[in-house]
Design a protein around this ligand. Structure first.
Ligand code: MSP
Length: 509
């Protein structure tokens, strides 16, 4: 079961356009997907949009549009943003698609038949922005504890899911599988939340109609979170193509922002248990990004769109910055100052200059052909060892989604290659005919250093690394695999090397 590596993002509400926060999760999921493909795994990477619910219905009504027309229009912004960011998702699910609504209805029917769903009425608070039911004790100064917006008092007939019946099993699963909910601090919060006692969960609404009708009671539409969570199984044909489902489920990683962890670590596991399905392997809650120290919001007018930054810095630098600057589990603050500094220091200088000086010398001294490796000396052996060590620590960190630490290791290796070029001084060797073999050796190993860097950085900057790979005469980086291609010395002698434009032209600070 689950031979395919399956990674997901949350499905995004289509009431707003994508911004650097939503793009953060999507880029991280893309890095994971690309890294696993590089390792030779068959990958299914899913993202999509959450199109039902009161919030979306209200957004459409404000614009005098039908909800369907509105979601059809806004969804294009998501597709465009992910194209712009080189997101390699294998599918894009929309909860208004037939393939989804059909599965969602079958799923709830099944739970109803097994006695996990019952009719009652809900009287309490509701936050439309977060689409969440709230107890009075959960409010913060009378407002939603998550988004700090005013909440509505609602009283309506609802169907409930017997969440309380599964509380002990979900808790036991979390405690027995420490990798299930990450990072640890967030897991502890979830554990305390469950220990405080779980009430049954309302899973239908009757005060509006924009949702999936319940198959057993058409007066009700499905609660948008119950509907949305099911995207993770409707996209892989649960109930319609059992063979495909078996190969793909359970998900290896559900990536979510910290504010929606409870839905994924409490309600979703209970829903899966009720349907007799295995639980996802890992749920990772990442931190929230602020902009220049403040929460991003339409009212503050400080929402940053990926497209603005991509036109200033380029897509690769965009992806690199967000993965390098922040530790994935904690909050972080975006600023143009830190982005420009990292771009100039780490991309233009450390990596871009290294590539350019190596290619310039191969062009000048060896007419653009990678030379023979020759016999390695102490410097080369040290560099090769450093590469192997870096690969090992890089992989360990990638496996636990420590993207910033993984990149920091690669940058130490980049510094080591830069130092290797400095101490070997190929420009001095080039002045002495008798040192031709030494020059071959230094140029070969410098190219090999670049090749190793490209392999590790590829999931983060697929475009620039693809270009670096091609310029080393290696063909398509998408065909490379680790560990096979990670062994030191994979650079073929005689490869046609091409000197090109700066990969990361310096920016004004
Ligand atoms: N539709 C639900 C998710 C359903 S999943 C079954 C939803 N959508 S959302 O559009 O509000 O997107 C929430 C996700 O966007 C967060 O979980 C997080 O991944 C990302 N982010 C939105 N703003 C963010 C920041 N400011 N910082 C980092 N990520 C944030 O919730």
């Amino acid at each position: 079961m689950g031979d395919i590596f399956y990674v997901t993002t949350p499905i995004y509400y289509v009431n707003a356009e994508p911004h650097i926060g939503t793009a953060y999760t999507t880029v991280a999921a893309d890095v994971i997907a690309r890294y696993q493909r590089l390792k030779g795994r068959e990958v299914f990477f899913l993202t999509g949009t959450d199109e039902h619910g009161q919030k979306v219905a209200l957004a459409a009504a404000e614009r005098n549009e039908s909800p369907q027309a509105w979601v059809d229009r806004v969804v294009a912004h998501y597709r465009d943003a992910w194209d712009l960011l080189d997101i390699s998702n294998d599918d894009f699910i929309r909860t208004t698609q037939n393939r989804h609504t059909r599965v969602a209805q079958e799923f709830i029917q099944k739970l109803q038949e097994s006695g996990d769903v019952y009719l009652s009425s809900y009287e309490g608070w509701y936050c439309v922005h977060d689409e969440s039911f709230l107890l009075s004790s959960q409010l913060a100064d009378g407002q939603c504890p998550e988004c700090r917006r005013p909440v509505d008092w609602v009283k309506e007939e609802n169907y409930f899911f017997r969440l309380s019946r599964y509380a002990d099993r979900v808790l036991a699963h979390i405690e027995e599988n420490p990798d299930f909910v990450q990072p640890e601090g967030r897991r502890n919060e979830v554990v305390s939340f469950i220990k405080a006692g779980l009430a049954d969960q309302s899973i239908s609404r009757t005060s509006f109609t924009w949702g999936i009708p319940l198959p057993f009671d058409q007066r009700h539409v499905m609660y948008v979170w119950f509907d949305a969570l099911l995207n993770y199984i409707s996209a892989i044909d649960y109930g319609t193509d059992p063979a495909r489902f078996e190969r793909t489920w359970p998900a290896d990683w559900h990536l979510v922002g910290k504010e929606i962890l409870r839905f994924h670590a409490v309600i979703w596991p209970a829903m899966l248990m009720a349907a007799g399905l295995p639980l996802p392997r890992h749920v990772f809650a990442h931190g929230w990004l602020t902009v220049e120290g403040r929460k991003m919001s339409k009212s503050l007018g400080n929402v940053v769109k990926p497209s603005e930054l991509v036109s200033e810095y380029g897509v690769d630098a965009y992806r690199y910055y967000f993965m390098r600057e922040f530790s994935f589990g904690v909050d972080g603050n975006f600023s143009r100052r830190t982005m420009t500094r990292r771009y100039n220091d780490e991309l233009a200088n450390d990596l871009g200059n290294l590539e350019s000086r190596v290619q310039t010398m191969v062009d000048k001294y060896r007419a653009g052909r990678a030379p023979e490796p020759r016999t390695p000396g102490a410097e080369e052996n040290t560099l090769a060892e450093k590469a192997a060590e870096t690969f090992a620590s890089f992989e360990a960190k990638m496996e636990r989604l420590a993207f910033n630490d993984a990149l920091s290791d690669v940058w130490e290796f980049i510094h080591a290659v830069n130092r290797y070029v400095d101490v070997s001084a190929p420009w001095a060797l080039a002045r002495d005919e008798a040192k031709a073999a030494d020059l071959d050796r230094v140029l070969y190993n410098s190219c090999e250093g670049l090749r190793q860097i490209a392999l590790m950085v590829a999931p983060f900057m697929p475009r620039a690394m693809g270009e670096m790979w091609r310029r080393l005469g290696l063909g398509e980086l998408a065909d490379a695999r680790i560990p096979a291609d990670a062994a030191w010395g994979g650079m073929p002698a005689g490869a046609e090397c091409v000197r090109g434009q700066a990969l990361f032209p310096r920016l004004q600070e």
